[in-house]
Structures are given as C-alpha cells and as structure tokens.
Design a protein around this ligand. Sequence first.
Ligand SMILES: [Zn+2]
Length: 163
Amino acid sequence: MPTRKSTPAPPSPRPLVAAAREAATRAHAPYSGFRVGAALLTGDGRIFTGCNIENASYGLTLCAERVALAKAVSEGATDFRALAIAGGAADTPATPCGACRQALAEFCPPRMPVWYAGLAAGSARATTIRKLLPHAFALACTRGLSAAPGCRMLSHTAEGSPT
Ligand SMILES: [Zn+2]
C-alpha cells in the first residue's frame, strides 16, 4: 500500500492571537504607550513570541514581529506557518510596519497566513505575507536567478520551499 504524505492541519488563529496578546503584556512601551505582541508558529508546532521594546533613543526601538522573528531564527527555526499580531483597538488592529514586512518576507512563505487583532478584544482579520508586501525586495539569487552556493540559504525564502 502506498504511503501518502499527510498534510498538516491548517493553523488556527485563536491560539496564536492569544499568544500574541499574552506577549504584548510584556511590551516595554513607556514612550508611545502602544503595546504590540506577535506570535510566530513554526512547522514543528513551536510558537515564538515577541513584544515591542522601545528605547529612550527612539530609533533603537524593536517591533514585536522582528523580536519574534529574531528569537525563532536564533534558535534555528526558519520554517514558519503562521503569524499573529495583537495591537491597537479592536476595530482598527495594527498591521506590521514596512520594515517588519520586509523582514518577514525574508523567511516566511508568500502565502503564509497573518492574523491581526486588537490588543485586548475583537476578532482577528486575515491576510498573507504577499498581500502585506507584494513586491518585497530580494537580491537576484533570492528570485531563483542564480544557483550559486551562497544563494542556497536565501533561495528558499523567496518562494517558500527549498530549492
Ligand atoms: Zn515593525
């Protein structure tokens, strides 16, 4: 009997949004008062969370999404399946800033779901990495134009599957 590869169940927004809201409680946002949490789901079921971390030197501020991404990648996780963000009001939830969209596009598949919801209440809205940043910057090798060994690491990120 032939074996079939089982397709993993699609990720659910509810636990990820809850994790993002929990992460937002740890935000360091004394300057803006705008707390954000992010939760990044990996292919093996792990969830890496992040919160925004502001600084008196404003330009050093870290966004929740990039904190979560840095935690995951630094732990060796680069296979991402979904992202949830919690921030803003229920009727106007925050979406990732431009810098975070580019950072996420480096590692996340274009069709990966992204859910965003208000900080404390409201249902999550759905989008994708591609919809957030349809024309992400990529070096030539990330677009599959080069087979150079140095491009191997980057090449899977542009299309979402290893090449
Ligand atoms: Zn950001």
